[in-house]
Write a protein of this length. Structure first.
Length: 473
């Protein structure tokens, strides 16, 4: 097995080239607990504790959790490394070409070109209220016809004249102000009087009040929100220039998985097939295919080498069991392993590889919560970088109760947010989804655990709300 950051099938790098954390990891004893991340997870130590020839090795080379996320975020910005001494190693990856996207499909994308005003906004003087457009001091004689939004421009007003006007309608020439409906009254002769003091220009939105043609409304890098879509439409845009969504393909591995019915005879229901496509979409990916490969190394190799996706995601098969084919397939196709095991629970035997320039593979463990851990540890930062989305601002909350930690590894624990505290949820084992299904976030628990009321970093779930009122404690 190759060390992280080397091309599969080539000698591992000298420890002099590793950072302190990686160098220390090489001399630690393996700490994998049997059964942590799925059936057939192999011997203690997992795939990261195997030598280049595939035989078990006592050295533990898993990457620290924060470092793994940094590597995943950076991977999308760099091209394939050809060796540590090669000047081209870690060269910037070619930029993904911007695309023109209809407004209806642009939500969640990032602007690749500034949104400049195509016209003045508003493009003509408009009424800000329903009422009367008036000219000069009152009282005013009211015209019979009114002025409606979207209709032909009205004739100019003379002093002492008023005309009924709707919100958004074009202001007649020589109008002094708009008198709101609730601020006017008519006398017996039909003349209009104000019921409160008025000022010149009252309730008129002048042309160009919001912007002038050519003004920059939003810069490159702006996330397209519903409000951005509204502004673009108001400014006359039918499409926006944006960074395209990363394409993702999901490969479901495992012969033991059922797609319907109850588990039976050693077969279990596939939870990841229904869950991961939607989760990947929530992370900003365009899921172009979901394929069931089973435990077939040849089919897996064909699927990976034939994929057109920016990110290939596999489920299961990342450890060292007899049908764990992900590592051997990556070696055969010459993939570059960037992360091979992460010091996190659940989800230790996850991996990240560059299969070719412009394409990466994230190998998720087979157990459901371990797969979620891998998704948020490796896939989320990589997809975020590919989509040019900014990293979320880290935040913390105190834990409502103490959380037991792993001696050496980070733990990710489902929590609900209640007031100013994060409440840890039970049912947080690697194979369990009951806790994460009720969660608002995952708490990042450092090695050694966290005390009650200790601040913990939180990872929001893509659809998180203030809570759904269910707490499994």
């Amino acid at each position: 097995m190759t060390a992280p950051g080397t091309r599969a099938g080539t000698p591992a790098a000298d420890t002099d080239d590793l950072d302190v954390e990686e160098a220390l990891a090489l001399v630690r004893e393996p700490r994998e607990e049997p059964g942590d991340d799925g059936p057939g997870s192999g011997p203690p130590g997992g795939p990261a504790a195997r030598r280049a020839d595939g035989r078990p090795d006592g050295r533990h080379t898993a990457t620290a959790w924060p470092r793994a996320r940094e590597i995943a975020a950076r991977a999308a910005r760099t091209a394939r490394a050809h060796g540590r001494d090669d000047p081209a190693a870690d060269a910037p990856a070619p930029r993904r070409a911007p695309v023109s996207v209809p407004l209806g499909d642009a939500l969640g994308l990032v602007l690749a070109a500034p949104l400049d005003a195509l016209t003045d906004l508003p493009s003509f003087d408009t009424s800000a209220m329903d009422g009367w457009a008036v000219a000069g001091p009152g009282p005013w004689q009211v015209r019979e016809e009114g002025v409606l939004a979207g209709h032909a421009p009205p004739g100019p007003l003379s002093d002492g004249e008023a005309v009924r006007i709707a919100t958004g309608a074009r202001i007649p020439a020589d109008t002094t102000a708009v008198l709101r409906t609730e601020h006017g009254r008519t006398d017996a002769q039909g003349r209009l009087h104000p019921t409160r003091e008025m000022f010149h220009g009252q309730d008129i939105r002048p042309r160009g009040q919001e912007c002038r043609t050519g003004d920059q409304l939003l810069p490159v890098g702006t996330l397209v929100t519903p409000a951005v879509l509204g502004l673009a439409a108001a400014a006359g845009y039918d499409t926006v220039t944006a960074v395209p969504r990363p394409r993702a393909e999901l490969l479901i591995l495992g012969d033991e998985l059922l797609t319907e019915g109850l588990p039976h005879d050693g077969l279990i229901r596939d939870a990841l097939g229904p869950m991961l496509p939607s989760w990947l979409r929530a992370l900003g990916a365009d899921v172009i295919a979901v394929r069931r490969i089973g435990d077939d190394a040849r089919a897996l190799r064909k699927a990976v080498t034939g994929s057109r996706a920016d990110l290939v995601v596999t489920t299961g098969g990342t450890a060292a069991g007899p049908v764990d084919h992900v590592h051997p397939v990556l070696e055969r196709i010459g993939a570059e392993l960037l992360v091979d095991g992460v010091k996190v629970r659940p989800g230790h035997p996850m991996l990240l590889a560059r299969t070719k320039d412009g394409q990466h593979l994230v190998g998720l463990p087979g157990n459901p919560l371990a797969a979620v851990s891998g998704l948020l540890t490796l896939a989320e930062p990589l997809l975020r970088t590919l989509a040019a989305r900014p990293a979320p601002e880290p935040y913390t909350l105190p834990l409502k109760e103490a959380v037991q930690g792993h001696p050496y590894d980070t733990r990710l624990i489902p929590v609900v947010l209640r007031g100013d505290h994060a409440v840890p949820l039970h049912y947080n084992g690697p194979a369990m989804l009951r806790g994460i299904a009720a969660a608002d976030a995952l708490a990042v628990v450092p090695p050694g655990g966290a005390r009650q009321d200790e601040e913990a970093e939180l990872l929001d779930l893509p659809w998180a709300t203030a809570g759904i009122g269910v707490c499994f404690t």
